[in-house]
Every structure is written in C-alpha cells, then in structure tokens.
Design a protein around this ligand. Structure first.
Ligand code: ADP
Ligand code: ZN
Length: 735
C-alpha cells in the first residue's frame, strides 16, 4: 500500500528527489497537499520522469530554479521506512569523494527496488479438515503430496503432482486443503546478547572492554583490533557486538568474501544462538528483498556481508566491524569505485557509532592512523590457549631447486613427508589458478593469448579448457598451433594449483588432496563442504590460492608451504611489499592453530628481500615502519594523495587522445595547484574486454584535494563518446 495524490491538488511545497539513475543531481517535484506530511526527507517516492514512473528519495528541499507551474507533482509516497539521514549523508559524501554520479551511488543503497513495496502475499496450501465431494486420481495425488513436506503454492502443487490449477481450486473450496501464507525465507531470529561467551584471557578481556566502551559511548570512534592469527579476535569483537545489541542497536560485520564465512557463521550461532542475516551477491531475489526490508525495519539486528552490505538501510547502527580490514577485496573496482573499509569509517562517522578494524596485519593506512592518534588500537600479542606462532623457514630456490618439472624443493617435500607421516595436515599455497600460467607451442613458441585482452590464456586441465582470467573467455585447447599448425605441440609453462596437485599425487601416492580456488569452490555451501572435509580429516593436503588464506581454523593443520613467495612482489606497485607480507603472513597463520606447533616453509629466489626477511624474523612492526618511511619520503599514500584516471575505448588512437587531452588540461595547472601529473601511459593490461586502456596518475600532497579539479577538467574535456574515463581515487590496483 502507498499513499497517492488524489485528484491533482498541488500544494505549495516542493522537494528535491534523487533517483537511482545516472543523473548529476536531484530533481525538483511539487508536493501535493495530500502527501505533504508523508514526503519527509528520506521518504521513498514515486515520480514521473520522461514519461515514466520512477522511484526516488526525497533528498531535501527543492531549489527555485524551476517555475512552480512547470513542476510535476510526486505521485506517491511509498510505505517503506525513509532512508535515514546518515545514509543520505554517506551517499552524498561518497559521490563527492569518488566523483561518481550521486544517482549511481544511491543505486547501491537502493539495490532492491522490490523491497520498497509490501511483499506480494503468497499463498500455500496444507491438508485441511474437509473432504472433497468426490475423490479423483488427481485429487488424491495432491492430498498425498501435501501429506508429507511443507505447504506448497498452487504452482508448486500443479508442477509436483502433475495436475491442473482447477484441481487445487476445487480442493481448497471443499476444505480438503487450506490456505496459509508462505512464510518468510529467513525469520531473522534475535541474537541473544545475554548469553555468556567464552572466558577471555587477560589481553582478550582488556581488548573486549575497550571495544565495549567504544560502543557504549554511542559516538564515532575507530579502533584497530590488531592481533596475531589465532589470537581470538573474533571472540573479542563478538563482545562488542553483544554490547551494541544490548543497547538496542544494529551491527554490521563486513568480511572480504562471504564464501569464506562458513566457519564464521557457525561461531556466531554458537555465541548468539541464531544465525545473523547475511548479505552477498549470491542471495536470491526474495531473500534479498526480505533481508533489505528486515534491516530497514530493525528486525535484522546483525548483518554479516561483503562490501555491498555497507549500503544497507540500517535504522540504528551501534557498531561496524571490518574483519580482515587490510584485504584489497574491500576495494570495488567497477561501477562506483570505492574502498568499503574507508567508506565504513565514513558511515560510522555519520551514524555516530563505533567502528572496529580487525586484522593480524593491519594496512599501512591504519598503522599511520593509529600513530597519529586518529584511531585507537587494541593488541592481542599471543595465540589463544598458548598455541605458538609457527616457525618460518625459507628455502633458497637458487641453492636447492626442485627437480626438473617439479615445483616443490627437497626441503618442502621432506617437510610434507614428515607431516603426512605424523598424520597431520598440510597446506600448499600458490596464488595461481589452473594448471599453468602460460601455454606455448613447442614448435614455434606461439603463446595462447586472449582475443579480447592483453593476457595469456591459462590452461584449466581439470575442466579441459583454456581461460582468460580477466574477461572469462574460454575454449578448449586447440589441437594444432594456430600459428605453425604443429599438432599436439602445446606445453605448459610454470605451475598452477592443478599442476601442484599432480605433483603431490605422484610424490605421495595415497595422500588425499583437494584444490581450493574460485574454480573448484563456488559459493558458501561448497565451501562448507570442503571445510567440513578438512576438519573431519578427510583431506591431507589442501592446495589453494588466496582463498585458503583467510579465516579458516584447522587445528590439525601443521605445515604451510608457500610455493612461490616472490610471486606478489613482481608487479612492483607501491603496495606490492605490504600486500605480499599480509598475504603470506595470513597463509602462514593457518599453521599450528591447535595443540601441535606449526611450521611455514617459504620457497623463494630472494631470501634477502626485506619482505621475506621480515616474515622469517616475525618483524612486522619494523617492516611496516620502514614501508611507512619509504612512502612518506616519496609522498605516497597515506602521506600524499593519489588519483588515477583510466581511459578506455574500442579505438586505441582516440582513447589515447582523450587521455592526453586530460593530461594537457591538468598540466596547465600542475605548478599552480601543487600536484604532479604522470602519464598517460598504456595500462599494464592495455587491452581488456576489447577496450584499449591508458592510465593517468595524479599525485598531490595531503593538503591538496584533487577531486574539484578533476571534476572541472573532466567536465570540460572534449572526447569521443566511445571513450570512458574511469576515476579511481586512492587506487589499489595499478593494472
Ligand atoms: P583470530 O580471528 O584472531 O585468528 P579466532 O577468533 O579465530 O582468532 O580464534 C582462534 C580459535 O581460538 C577459535 O577456535 C576460537 O574459538 C578459539 N578461542 C579464542 N579465544 C578463546 C577463548 N577465550 N576461549 C575459548 N576459545 C577461544
Ligand atoms: Zn580476456
């Protein structure tokens, strides 16, 4: 139900309405008297736009640039809780900061238009008390179907019993079956904040007390919860979740990838008695609608989700937790380009609530914010229950390389053999999906590359395909080389996880292995199956990409082998060292979490590299301090500002011209404004999905804001409409 405007009586009021469309700003509409009371700021309204009805949000008072006579009236106010002021502020702030159109940002906060209308009432049937006047074959089939299992809708009955809709109607009329409303998918049970959690250690207790106090303050604060892997960070922030719930507030917990949340969900249930609401891209339409609505109405009290959960319509947030805050998955790279961790802090500021950033390897940005006193920090220096951090050894591949055609050096093989002999589990980490990163023709050296991207095709032997990891293009391995026509001439170069599995299989016959990548495990339920299998010790060797790095707790896993510790350092962007440290530390942190001590073996060609040395010596803080000093000296974030602009288009020349034109506009003001323009240069991925790409980088001291100038130049830029200019403030990827 919604309130509508009666017969066109137009009152004097006007409001600005922002729509989730690619528009620059909110548009004014007249408010009919009948709707004046309901059309409050944040109200969801129906308005006409170019001959169509649209749903928008009352964004504020209207301006007076449109004559009252020309204003169109609102047609309805929807009966959904209005968008709260903090969320509207966040939308405006994010649009301003990222240079995205406000309507494009609003769209993220209105991702479920169906949730704004009352859910259609759906009816299901269960056996009733009456009897049909006459029993037919079809009727008895329906009754038999409904005798076992849950109530079903008429459509389900028709399909499952193979009967027409008339049969269902007849039975309902006779009272032999009776109608009941279809229950909601999820009931959004109340987490019980009163349940007692585990007894905390002294350090855990102190950290929990600090977080609880931050929540109790009911004002904006950011606390970095910095604790080694296995320290019990989750148990600690659960105490803060309990405090927020007890105070009647909602809680948002963001995780990098919800697929990794199976163990997390089980722990939440153990602590609070019910499952939290979850939010991620795999939810079905109905679940999405019900969840969105339950969040807006405050019935869903705790939401755990991927970055898009940040835009949910919480009524009253008491705490936002960003778990694994250093993870680059929080950066959204397409559409509205934003960093969900940073945006979570901004939302907490507008909401006036506490925010906890949780990690064993906090980002350099968070380190610096702690150093300057902007953020608080709580440390958990030890693993829970006296488990020791794993010992880290490096294997110098220059001195002791693997056998020809193999990827595990003798030392790692020996460690693996010992682990298996002891009945313990091992993890082999290699951040490369598929069989081999490169496939080439033995006869002529031709490399198979993607027809749409400047990237090689990767062989996936399990699936029998070769694939582009950038655009998803896939095909079978050609029988003959497209260049020289030699038959069966392709050879795999370098290792991928599938090739490692082959090596493990050959070297350790009988060892039970499993491969964990986004190819082999899709979605939470498959993840759960694998996690259960590892926990039940049905798997001896887990071989995986970065998907294995996060969150899992496998008590019997005592060995972690990092097959190529240098892999992440090759890219050479400013965060390569930091990211490699974080990733390898996380992976290594999977070892020895139970009673038995763990060990980590890093295979490297550069054991003297500062990252490898810091990992081996466990010197995180001095490593981060050195990284910080280096970035400060170079004026790089977080000490300076960076913004990237990526020009992309189907034609190489016109794309380059657009990028060059932007660079010229900016260079004319470079000195006056005090920043630097770098490029344009062809992007490392110079062709992506058939579009040519050029990058420009703007570098400025902290005190200079780049956005207003970028906005001005982009607005004044003449270019082909085929060329897209994507702005990326605080870039994480330099591809
Ligand atoms: P982190 O997130 O810091 O890596 P976790 O929160 O996953 O660590 O904790 C590691 C393991 O130790 C989990 O199984 C957790 O349930 C357990 N644990 C942590 N703290 C306690 C505690 N105080 N009492 C009982 N178990 C705990
Ligand atoms: Zn491609």
């Amino acid at each position: 139900m919604s309130m509508t405007a009666g017969n066109g009586e137009t009152g004097k009021g006007r409001v600005a309405v922002l729509m989730p469309l690619p528009l620059e700003r909110a548009y004014d509409y007249a408010v009919p008297d009948a709707l004046a009371e309901a059309a409050v700021p944040g109200a969801f309204v129906r308005v006409p736009l170019s001959g169509r009805e649209r749903i928008g949000v009352v964004w504020g008072e209207g301006g007076d640039d449109v004559a009252p006579a020309r204003l169109k009236p609102l047609t309805a106010v929807l009966e959904s809780p209005p968008m709260t002021e903090p969320l509207r502020q966040l939308v405006d702030w994010a649009a301003d900061y990222t240079l995205a159109l406000p309507g494009a940002v609003l769209r993220m906060a209105m991702s479920v238009p169906g949730a704004l209308e009352p859910a259609p009432v759906r009816t299901a049937y269960r056996p009733g008390h009456g009897a049909p006047p006459r029993m037919t074959e079809a009727r008895s089939q329906v009754l038999a179907l409904l005798q076992d299992g849950p109530p079903r809708t008429a459509a389900e009955i028709a399909r499952e019993a193979g009967v027409g809709a008339g049969v269902v109607r007849g039975l309902a009329a006779s009272g032999a079956i009776e109608a009941v409303p279809v229950p909601e998918i999820a009931a959004f049970g109340r987490p019980d904040a009163g349940r007692v959690g585990p007894a905390l250690s002294e350090a855990q207790g102190a950290a929990a007390a600090a977080l609880r106090a931050a929540v109790a303050n009911e004002s904006f604060s950011v606390t970095v919860l910095d604790g080694v892997t296995g320290a019990g960070k989750t148990e600690v922030y659960f105490e803060a979740v309990a405090a927020a719930l007890a105070a009647g507030h909602q809680v948002l917990v963001m995780l990098p990838e919800i697929a990794l949340g199976a163990q997390w969900l089980a722990r939440f249930r153990a602590r609070f008695g019910v499952a939290p609401a979850v939010w991620h891209s795999e939810l079905g339409t109905r679940q999405r609608r019900e969840t969105w609505r339950a969040v807006a109405e405050g019935r869903a009290q705790v939401v755990v989700g991927a970055r898009s959960a940040l835009w949910l319509p919480f009524r009253s947030l008491g705490l936002i937790v960003v778990d694994e805050e250093h993870d680059t998955a929080f950066k959204q790279e397409d559409g509205v380009v934003y960093h969900a961790r940073d945006m979570a802090v901004v939302r907490a500021r507008f909401e006036g609530c506490a925010c906890a950033l949780v990690s064993a390897t906090p980002s350099l940005e968070s380190h610096v914010n702690v150093g300057s006193g902007r953020y608080g920090r709580e440390r958990l220096p030890d693993r829970h229950g006296g488990a020791l951090l794993p010992a880290i050894e490096t294997v110098d591949l220059r001195e002791t390389p693997p056998e020809r055609g193999a990827w595990l050096a003798p030392a790692l093989r020996a460690a693996l053999a010992e682990t298996l002999a002891a009945g313990e589990q091992a993890l082999l980490f290699l951040n490369r999906r598929g069989y081999a990163p490169l496939t080439l023709c033995r006869a002529c050296g031709h490399r198979l590359h993607c027809p749409h991207c400047s990237a090689w095709l990767v062989e996936h032997r399990f699936a029998g395909t070769i694939e582009c990891h950038h655009c998803g293009y896939r095909r079978g391995l050609p029988e003959a080389c497209p260049a020289c026509e030699a038959a069966d001439s392709f050879v795999a170069c370098g290792p991928g996880v599938e090739r490692l599995a082959e090596e493990v299989d050959a070297a350790f016959p009988g060892a039970r292995w499993a491969v964990l990548t986004s190819d082999t495990v899709q979605g939470p339920s498959q993840m759960q199956t694998l996690v259960d299998a590892v926990a039940a010790r049905e798997i001896d060797v887990l071989i995986g990409t970065q998907m294995v790095a996060k969150g899992h707790h496998f008590p019997q896993l005592t060995l972690v082998g990092v097959v190529d510790a240098d892999l992440g350092l090759a890219g050479g962007d400013m965060r390569a060292a930091e990211r490699t440290y974080q990733l390898l530390h996380q992976v290594g942190g999977r070892a020895g979490r139970g009673g038995r001590p763990g060990r980590v073996v890093l295979q490297t060609y550069a054991p003297e590299h500062p990252v490898i040395e810091a990992l081996a010596a466990g010197e995180r803080d001095s490593f981060m301090a050195r990284e910080a000093a280096e970035r400060e000296a170079l004026g790089l974030p977080p000490f300076g500002r960076l913004a990237a602009v990526i020009a992309s288009g189907p034609g190489e020349a016109e794309t380059q011209r657009a990028a060059a034109a932007l660079a010229r506009l900016a260079r004319a003001e470079e000195t006056r404004l005090g920043f630097q323009v770098l490029g344009p240069a062809p992007a490392p991925l110079r062709l992506l999905r058939g579009r040519h790409r050029f990058r420009l980088l703007f570098k400025a001291p902290r005190r200079v804001l780049l956005q207003p100038h970028l906005r001005r130049w982009l607005a004044g830029l003449e270019r082909s409409t085929r060329v897209r200019l994507q702005v990326d403030i605080d870039p994480v990827s330099f591809m």
